[in-house]
Design a protein around this ligand. Structure first.
Ligand code: ADP
Length: 179
């Protein structure tokens, strides 16, 4: 290591919308938690994303339940630039999951930009082959059409989805149907 910083002392950040967290997210979080001694899962506060299903506080709560068994994982949120948040934490690396080639295309630009802004690299973990087709959006779409998503989200998230349907009368998903 050129600057003597070993991975064993690394603090990694996994940013995302997590609206809601899925088994795909959890797989990446678990794998990153086994590589890095400290991991922060950070919910992006993105006012441009219209009509999120869950509030940032709800998403943080769901994530905390999901990672309760991990002693080295904390959950947080941030607004503004990821680079500024990473710098404020003095974190060493950003970790992201890659599902398909289109993920790579968009992530590459962000990885370069974040390194230019804060000097921190992004490391990518390949999505688990069983979860590479799962996104929060597709889970919401299927659940919104009364489909069974139990195999794709943690139990606590399924309960939160059901609760949301009970309290709002729907899942508030505005996506094309019949795909
Ligand atoms: P989504 O695209 O599902 O809204 P997020 O913005 O919450 O995802 O994504 C946060 C991070 O988790 C991103 O790096 C994304 O590539 C990764 N991710 C999302 N779904 C999966 C999955 N099924 N498997 C692996 N990584 C995933």
């Amino acid at each position: 290591m050129p600057d003597g910083r070993a991975v064993q002392s690394g603090h990694a950040v996994i940013p995302g919308s997590f609206d809601p967290p899925t088994n795909g997210h959890l797989d990446i979080i678990e794998r990153a938690a086994s590589i890095f001694p400290r991991l922060t899962v950070a919910v992006v506060v993105n006012p441009q994303k219209r009509d999120p299903l869950f509030t940032v506080a709800e998403r943080e709560l769901m994530l905390r339940e999901c990672v309760a068994g991990f002693g080295n994982v904390q959950v947080d949120h941030f607004g503004g630039l990821l680079a500024d948040f990473v710098r404020s934490l003095r974190a060493d690396v950003i970790v992201k999951g890659l599902r398909v080639v289109s993920d790579f295309e968009s992530e590459m630009a962000y990885a370069h930009m974040n390194r230019a802004l804060c000097g921190v690299d992004t490391m990518f973990l390949m999505a688990h082959e069983g979860y590479s087709f799962i996104s929060s959006s597709i889970v919401k779409e299927v659940f919104g059409q009364s489909g069974d998503v139990a195999g794709f989200v943690p139990k606590s998230v399924l309960a939160a989805l059901e609760q949301k349907r009970t309290t709002t009368g729907g899942t508030n998903v505005d996506l094309p149907r019949h795909r």
